[in-house]
Design a protein around this ligand. Structure first.
Ligand code: AMP
Ligand code: GLY
Length: 446
């Protein structure tokens, strides 16, 4: 029997662990640090360590200062496989650290390969060399150079300012004109530093494609997923980490997903390999369907959050075997099959997110919803107080549903569950604790 360790504590990590636990070979899924939802799973357990006063506390495996203790734990517990959820520990070299300790069953790219997400200039260069369609971009290392680039490149369609490094999805300013970009440039530099990519503005529907890579090839998950980054219905309001996702997305059928995989993911991995960087892990292509065809907005070195939540509801079998095969260099044996139908995930966020919000509100309705077939509530920013599940972060829950009949059915089931939690939580607290979008999946039904 196998033990798997998941690094991270959000909805994506809950979903990855939930999928891995579906394999009969896996008898325990540990999370560092996980959340109350992961700890409550039948095979799930959050890792606890003793603090200075001897009390057992949650152990955050994403922190660089904890990598050594984490590697000790992996040895002690004979962990069969480690799966890293978020980008920061990858960029911080968690995979390099484990590899140096002689442990190679950790799924994720090395720090150098994670630059595909962490360094927009590196990723733009590789795309250029591999002939992968993207927005025309210019790297500027000073604000003066960025000003000159904006003046040169701005068209009546607008222009985009993009931070070079990691910004948690927030360092992109899409501007309607060169004037707006010039006025926003200093604000951008103050928040994210002077190094920016000035990029052509692209138009079209966005979708994500995910693949499992072993460094030499990529097996795509043949289902496109559409995220919803703006806070409000109709894609209005400020950008967030993602307010919901559904798949398959109508904008990209399986043939288009294969095209993205063959022309925009496999060549990327080969080009990285030529440069000495083997990309092993989940490869995430954020694509925009322009009038000229699909173009890459960005690559990420991990699974999407919340895209993982609807994705795992669609797999016929769990993710353990495909990931294990990739780690064994047997990617040719990997075939991830999907169920018919669709899945939809609605993010319930704290009222006030992505700006400031209060925490600690008890959440109602979870028990009732847990009895529903084909509905799964993935936890993200939840906490435990007096044995009660309370809100503890911005994005709190990912209420996810599957329907064999298709998207409308999945959407109905997901929103029905959201309504139960909204109402029960409102009654418990006498205030509106959550916000959510009402139109997740609508683009797929238009
Ligand atoms: P990124 O983090 O690079 O995926 O960008 C975040 C969001 O900004 C994307 O989902 C797009 O909506 C938008 N965006 C990024 N680059 C461009 C571009 N070149 N043209 C238009 N919109 C963009
Ligand atoms: N859903 C957006 C992301 O994971 O970056």
């Amino acid at each position: 029997m196998k033990k798997v360790l998941i690094i991270g504590s959000g909805g994506r990590e809950h979903a990855l662990g939930y999928s891995i636990a579906q394999d009969s070979e896996v008898d325990e899924v540990l999370y560092a640090k996980g959340n109350p939802g992961t700890d409550a799973e039948k095979k799930g357990k959050n890792v606890k360590v003793k603090d200075d006063s001897g009390e057992l506390v949650a152990f955050d495996g994403t922190k660089k200062e904890n990598f050594e203790k984490l590697a000790d734990l992996v040895e002690k517990e004979s962990i069969d496989m480690v799966v890293v959820g978020p980008e920061q520990p990858l960029v911080d070299g968690i995979v390099d650290f484990f590899n140096e300790r002689g442990y190679d069953r950790i799924f994720g790219p090395t720090s150098g390969a994670a630059d595909i997400e962490a360094d927009k200039s590196y990723s733009s260069d590789i795309m250029y060399r591999a002939g992968i369609p993207q927005a025309e971009s210019m790297l500027c290392t000073t604000t003066d150079a960025a000003e000159a680039a904006i003046k040169k490149m701005a068209t009546p369609k607008g222009i985009v300012i993009k931070a070079r490094g990691l910004t948690g999805g927030k360092g992109v300013y899409v501007c309607d004109s060169g004037e707006e970009a010039l006025s926003k440039l200093h604000e951008h530099a103050a928040a994210y530093g002077p190094e920016v990519l000035i990029s052509e503005r692209l138009f079209g529907q966005e979708f994500s494609v995910f693949g499992i890579s072993d460094g030499g090839s990529v097996v795509p998950l043949e289902m496109s997923i559409q995220d919803h980054k703006p806070l409000l219905d109709g894609d209005e309001g400020p950008n967030t980490g993602g307010m919901g996702a559904y798949g398959p997305a109508k904008v990209a059928d399986p043939a288009m997903v294969r095209k993205v995989a063959n022309e925009m993911m496999a060549p990327l991995v080969w080009e990285m390999q030529k440069g000495g960087e083997e990309f092993k892990g989940f490869l995430y292509a954020a694509v925009i369907m322009t009038e000229e065809g699909p173009k890459i907005l960005e690559y990420n070195c991990r699974f999407g959050d919340p895209e993982a939540q609807p994705a795992v509801m669609m797999f016929k079998d769990g993710l353990y075997k495909p990931i294990s095969a990739a780690l064994d260099g047997k990617l040719d044996e990997v075939n991830v099959e999907f169920k018919p139908g669709a899945s939809c995930c609605i993010v319930m966020a704290s009222n006030g997110y992505p700006a400031s919000y209060e925490k600690g509100f008890p959440i109602g309705g979870l028990k009732e919803v847990s009895k529903r077939r084909d509905v799964k509530v993935f936890h993200a920013g939840t906490g435990l107080e007096d044995k009660k599940i309370v809100t503890a972060g911005g994005r709190v829950l990912g209420v996810t549903a599957y329907s064999a009949k298709g998207l409308e059915g999945a959407q109905d089931k997901a929103y029905a569950a959201v309504d139960v939690i909204m109402k029960a939580t409102r009654e418990l607290n006498d205030v509106e604790v959550f916000v959510h979008r009402n139109d997740i999946g609508d683009k797929g039904l238009e």
